[in-house]
Write a protein that binds this ligand. Sequence first.
Ligand SMILES: *[C@@H]1O[C@H](CO)[C@@H](O)[C@H](O)[C@H]1NC(C)=O
Ligand SMILES: *[C@@H]1O[C@H](CO)[C@@H](O)[C@H](O)[C@H]1NC(C)=O
Ligand SMILES: *[C@@H]1O[C@H](CO)[C@@H](O)[C@H](O)[C@H]1NC(C)=O
Length: 161
Amino acid sequence: MAKHIGLFIVALSLLFAATEAMQYDVGDSFGWTTPPNQTFYSDWARPKTFLAGDSLVFKWTGDHTVADVTMEDYNNCTSSSPFTGSPNGTEFMVTLDRPGRRYFICTVDNHCERGQKFSINVEWPFSAQPPSHDNSAPTLSYGVLPAFLSAIAVYYFFTRF
Ligand SMILES: *[C@@H]1O[C@H](CO)[C@@H](O)[C@H](O)[C@H]1NC(C)=O
Ligand SMILES: *[C@@H]1O[C@H](CO)[C@@H](O)[C@H](O)[C@H]1NC(C)=O
Ligand SMILES: *[C@@H]1O[C@H](CO)[C@@H](O)[C@H](O)[C@H]1NC(C)=O
């Protein structure tokens, strides 16, 4: 019995290991600042798959902020949401704690209009679905049930052979 529980834990650990949290430096070595063009941060984010549990690290010098805003504020380059980063900081980390679409802008001067903004879709870590580009947040049942069933399948595989 103890052996079976051990194998079950191994099976679950394998699933978790496959979805280890990632940490992304926003803009890579360019950091978080007014970009050379309006698509710079969207271009940076587009090829990446962000999973709940991953984090974004914003690094900057000078006068910038990090605001985690709504879609409307994102589109208008306005912010009615509270700041998540303070002006004249040097580094700020945002943990993507839930699946769904997230919007980040800099609220200083016209930086947002100049392209210091991007939006990402955060996916549930166990989801086997391809990246989706709609605004709806995946639900919990989406990934947890397949992950649980896979764990049971792996468990039976190991206990049978
Ligand atoms: C935006 O700037 C980056 C970095 O200089 C460059 O690689 C990219 O091609 C530019 N994109 C456009 C649309 O000009
Ligand atoms: C941030 O630093 C810049 C440049 O030193 C300064 O002009 C600005 O007033 C500072 N902003 C805040 C909120 O401290
Ligand atoms: C965004 O812009 C639209 C159109 O100009 C306006 O109706 C709306 O009130 C603005 N929303 C915010 C939050 O500023």
